[in-house]
Design a protein around this ligand. Structure first.
Ligand code: SF4
Ligand code: SF4
Length: 117
């Protein structure tokens, strides 16, 4: 007997790890948005907005994800992400925390445009 152990492959693999580097991320976008739209702080990441989102029916857009990205300072790709929003306002009607979602999206857009980076 050779002693070699034959590997059995089940077709699964381990996901690549993803760490949030708060030191490298940009927090100033979050600060600007908080000042411009104070209801930003009321979001509890429940995802109700994402589940009712018009844009989410046709794309992978999620306002919940966008808010988390801003809070973490992960601004890479954010500009492109928020252009998927149609500003229909459905999310604002269902948000249990009264977040002014449409203005929030506009303020994020503005913060990214006006040299926050
Ligand atoms: S529905 Fe309101 S509280 Fe819930 S994730 Fe969306 S913005 Fe945040
Ligand atoms: S305003 Fe934007 S985020 Fe809100 S439901 Fe409409 S498309 Fe979705």
């Amino acid at each position: 007997m050779s002693g070699a152990v034959e590997k059995v492959r089940f077709g699964f693999s381990v996901n690549k790890d993803r760490q949030i580097d708060y030191d490298a991320n940009l927090k100033n976008v979050s600060d600007i948005v908080q000042k411009a739209e104070p209801t930003f702080n009321l979001c509890i990441s429940c995802g109700t907005c994402a589940s009712t989102c018009t844009a989410g029916k046709f794309t992978d857009f999620s306002l919940r994800k966008v808010i988390l990205m801003v809070r973490r300072g992960e601004t890479k790709g954010l500009e492109n992400e928020i252009t998927k929003c149609m500003l229909c306002g459905k999310c604002q009607l269902v948000c249990p925390r009264g977040v002014s979602t449409r203005n929030l999206i506009l303020q994020i857009h503005k913060a990214l445009k006006t040299g926050a980076l």
